[in-house]
Design a protein around this ligand. Sequence first.
Ligand SMILES: NC(=O)c1ccc[n+]([C@@H]2O[C@H](COP(=O)([O-])OP(=O)(O)OC[C@H]3O[C@@H](n4cnc5c(N)ncnc54)[C@H](OP(=O)(O)O)[C@@H]3O)[C@@H](O)[C@H]2O)c1
Length: 288
Amino acid sequence: MHQHAMKTIALSDGERVPVLGQGTWRMGENTRAHNDEVAALRLGIELGMTLIDTAEMYGEGGAEEVVADAIEDQRDRVFVVTKVYPHNASRTELLKRERSLKRLRIDAIDLYLLHWRKRTTPLIETVEAFEKLRAAGKIQRWGVSNFDVDDLEELWSIENGTNCAADQVLYNLENREIESGLLPFLHRRSSKNYQPVVMAYSPVGHGRGLLENATLRKIAKRHDGTTSQIALAWVLRQPGAIAIPKASSEKHVRENARSIDIKLTREDLADLDREFPPPKSKRPLPML
Ligand SMILES: NC(=O)c1ccc[n+]([C@@H]2O[C@H](COP(=O)([O-])OP(=O)(O)OC[C@H]3O[C@@H](n4cnc5c(N)ncnc54)[C@H](OP(=O)(O)O)[C@@H]3O)[C@@H](O)[C@H]2O)c1
């Protein structure tokens, strides 16, 4: 099998992860799809997409069980990301989260994210509990998801808040909001040694028709590729970004893995900017 030369980036603690990973939302919801989902993830790992993103929410634990089967005999090759529901992220609840580890059948989570912000769960408790889990060896590092600039500023004002390793946010051609807020904010701080990596979720548009776009088709033709590959190459043009497309068919997995080889030209990028204009002023970060 052709092994792609997968690009990697370093997290703030030096750990290297591939820039292209695999999502799992909508997996683990239907037992009849189980074997295909496991096979898709395994193929993705084989092709270098060794970062897998899941959450206790996905299939109410079902997706984590799919991941467990996919990584069973190759745990050390895979960087496992999972997420805690905000209502489970209080001081007492978060420390009881052995369930994700049990479902994933691993000893430690590589990156544990707060799925989104819920004002009734104080951030300070979540950070405290994340740090305890880290000290206990249950997680290697922690991060957040769906955090905009103000949330990150608040997080960084909390003790140990700067240990946040990642912010997983919506980013694709149709949702460029982070270009008006989060990305410039992080770039302004890039000299600091705490720099959460940006993980782009729904990078191929969450199956909502982005991939049918005529401009994308035109550019795909230029590269003898698919619209999905152009959408992913576009996300990955951002330095320091990770994309986590979800694909449950082997065809899609193969296509996505090859996006790493596509280099968009200036003309491609200009065409995409015309079709999907960047935000002109600060927009709040939307969430799916
Ligand atoms: N933190 C958060 O709040 C949050 C929110 C949303 C998503 N996420 C994470 O990010 C991952 C990705 O986002 P997403 O699942 O919302 O959307 P996505 O990856 O943009 O899109 C997934 C959809 O695109 C299809 N697809 C994938 N590759 C394709 C290809 N090469 N050609 C045609 N269609 C293709 C998939 O179909 P098939 O499955 O049939 O292959 C699926 O229907 C999630 O799975 C999840 O892990 C996190």
